[in-house]
Structures are given as C-alpha cells and as structure tokens.
Design a protein around this ligand. Structure first.
Ligand code: ZN
Ligand code: ZN
Length: 375
C-alpha cells in the first residue's frame, strides 16, 4: 500500500536475515479488515508504504535457532501457526507498569500497521512474513482449521476483549451494535457466555441473518427507524433496556443509540471506534449520570485475548460458523478488489491468499467462498 488512496502495488523484498528467535512464515491466509480500509483512506498515521495484513496464518518455513511458545513447546518447521500482531509492548513504562494498560503502551508495534515496507516483510499481504524475535506464535491445535481461526480473524480478539470487559453474567441481555466481523464474534462469545437475549443491530440483512447463526436471538436492521429499534429492545427486556450494550459499528450515532438502549445501572462497551469517525451529542444527565451507567472504551488487545481466541475457536469452532464468515479469497494481484469488497460490505471477511497453491484456493478467485453477500 504505497500511500493513502493509491492503488496497491506488488513489490519484491529481500529475504530477511533470521536472528536467533526470528522465523519466516510462508503465508496461508491474511485477512482484510475494516482497519485496512481505514489505512487505505489515510485515517491512521502510518509510515507508508506499508504491507497491510495484521492477522495471518502461515507455515513455519525456517527459524533462527530454536523457538518455544509460552508453554515451552518448540515451534518447528512445517507447523501451521498464527501470531500476535502486536509486539514490543515494553513492560517498562507508565502505561505497562503503573496504569497496567499495556494496549496503550507507546512502544508497541503492530504487524501490517506501524511498520513501513522499507523495514521488511512485516505485514501479512505477502508471500512470506518475517517474525522478529519475541513475536508470540501459537501453533494451531489439530482440531482448529486455519479457515476457522482466520474467519474470525482479528475481530475475535477484539470481541473477546470487549466481552471480557462487559462482565456478562448468565442470562443477562446484550445488544450488539454492528454486525461486521467484530460484532459477529461478540454475538458468538456472548452466546457462549450464557447471555439471555442477544439483540444484534446493523445491516445489511445478510449479516443480520448470519448473526442469528452466531447466536443472536433477535436481529434489528437499520432500515427500522432508531425509535422503533429502541422500542423493540425495551419490549424484549421488560421495558428496562438491555443489561449491556457492546458497540462494534464505528458509527458515532451508535453511541447515543446504545446509551438509549442500556438499562439504568447497565454497562456499555465501545470498541468500534478504532479510528476517528466524528463526534456525537449525548446528554450527560439522561444518558450517563441519572442512568447510573458504566461506559468503557476498549482499545486493542493483549496476548491473553489472542491466546484464548485460539483456544475458543478450537473448542467451539464446530458450534459457531466462523469459517463461513469468509466470503472471498483473493490472490495478491487482486488485493485491491478485496479491500473494495470489505469497504462496500459485499464481504463479511475477505482473505488474501498469497500462496494459493498451499491453500487449495488457486482456482477459487475473488468472490468465491462460503457465503456471498450483496450490499
Ligand atoms: Zn483488524
Ligand atoms: Zn510499555
């Protein structure tokens, strides 16, 4: 990605020298997420040119010496692994040590986002990915297919962080605002957490239908006016509103709508505003103070969210159709189309397949896959 709003371009980079602890992955899948669309529109301050792709799955081709995962198991050549895109969290600054908010550590680096292509193969939309020493890899357990994990992708990790913050109790009602990849996984994790009513709100209709498959008990489209949606939510919750709202839409107005939907004394988690989508007016008296509401922002994710996301998709991948969220596979030469599909919401999840000979998707070009959507 040479710069904001410029067409993508293919380039050759040198094979990295693997220092001890480093590894080279042959990429199987790298996802296209909403953040990549924002990057393409210049909405994040990054060192263009960049190689996008922050969550990926690959095969270990070579390692610099012996590498262990956090449980002491060796990572070997030929292993199918994923890795946490965030690294170099310093554990040596105010945010890490005093505030204990490592996701706000100023030293952290993120594959596919904070690195320039001039720094090397540090993004997933590439045939190979250079994992620097200290990047945390996890070997996919045998019961977890790469397609299931990458189908959830980075949305899994964000969703788990948000659902953790929501501290859902068995039987509680949840409204999930936004039915993109993050919203879909929030619905799935809420359902696995034993939530009661799970109300998905968003568009288009196909995504709402998919949210029902993930565990939503009700699905409200944006074609309904906000007032009718609010009435429906209250009707489903004894007139009180939901115990918890999790916002994953990125629409400023969803903040106000969520604060309208949450019951007195309820919680609202905001994780959809990863980029600045503008301001919204709320009424501090009615929306926050008098409501006695708890409002929390959720930024980025930690290793524990990533680790548990792998474990959860391995355990529950047969119950929740993460693999079917993939609606398009694109070779590197068609990465522009993948970005467009995510931007136009014709795909829930588009994947880049830089080595189609390894993923059996050589013949499945753009637009093929489990589920097809039209905006
Ligand atoms: Zn992402
Ligand atoms: Zn730090």
């Amino acid at each position: 990605m040479p710069g904001a709003n410029q067409p993508l371009r293919l380039a050759s980079l040198p094979t990295p020298y693997l220092e001890p602890g480093a590894a080279l992955l042959r990429t199987l899948y790298s996802e296209v997420c909403g953040t990549d669309v924002h990057l393409h529109h210049g909405k994040l301050d990054v060192p263009y040119p960049i190689i996008p792709g922050h969550v990926s799955v690959g095969v270990v081709e070579t390692t610099g010496g012996r590498i262990k995962d956090i449980e002491g198991n060796y990572i070997k050549e030929g292993d199918v692994v994923t890795f946490l895109d965030v690294h170099e969290t310093c554990n040596n600054c105010y945010q890490c040590l005093v505030a204990r908010q490592p996701t706000r550590c100023p030293s952290r680096k993120v594959y596919g986002i904070t690195y320039s292509a001039k720094d090397g193969l540090l993004g997933g939309w590439a045939e190979a990915i250079w994992l620097k020493p200290g990047v945390k890899m996890i070997k996919l357990p045998k019961e977890l297919t790469p397609e299931t994990f990458i189908g959830g992708g980075c949305g899994l990790v964000t969703a788990l962080h948000a659902v953790d913050m929501a501290q859902l109790r068995l039987g509680e009602s949840v409204a999930v605002l936004g039915v993109g990849p993050v919203g879909q996984s929030i619905v799935a994790f809420s359902s696995l957490s034993g939530a009661g009513e799970i109300i998905a709100v968003g568009a288009p209709r196909e995504r709402l239908d998919f949210a029902r498959r993930m565990g939503a008990t009700a699905a409200l489209g944006l074609d309904l006016p906000a007032n009718s949606r609010l009435e429906t939510v209250r009707g489903l919750t004894g007139g009180r509103g939901v115990d918890c709202v999790i916002e994953a839409s990125g629409a400023p107005d969803a903040i106000k709508q969520g604060l309208d939907m949450v019951r007195d004394g309820g919680r609202m988690i905001v994780c959809g505003h990863y980029t600045d989508n503008g301001a919204i007016e709320i009424n501090p008296h009615w929306h926050i103070n008098r409501k006695h509401v708890e409002l929390k922002g959720c930024w980025g994710s930690r290793y524990d969210h990533f680790h548990r996301s792998v474990a959860l998709t391995a355990r529950y991948g047969h119950l929740k159709p993460w693999a079917e969220m993939v609606s398009g596979r694109y070779p590197l030469t068609n990465a522009d189309q993948a970005l467009m599909a995510v931007e136009k919401q014709t795909a829930i999840k588009a994947l880049i397949t830089p080595n189609p000979q390894l993923t059996g998707s050589g013949k499945k070009e753009a637009g093929s896959g489990g589920m097809r959507l039209t905006g």
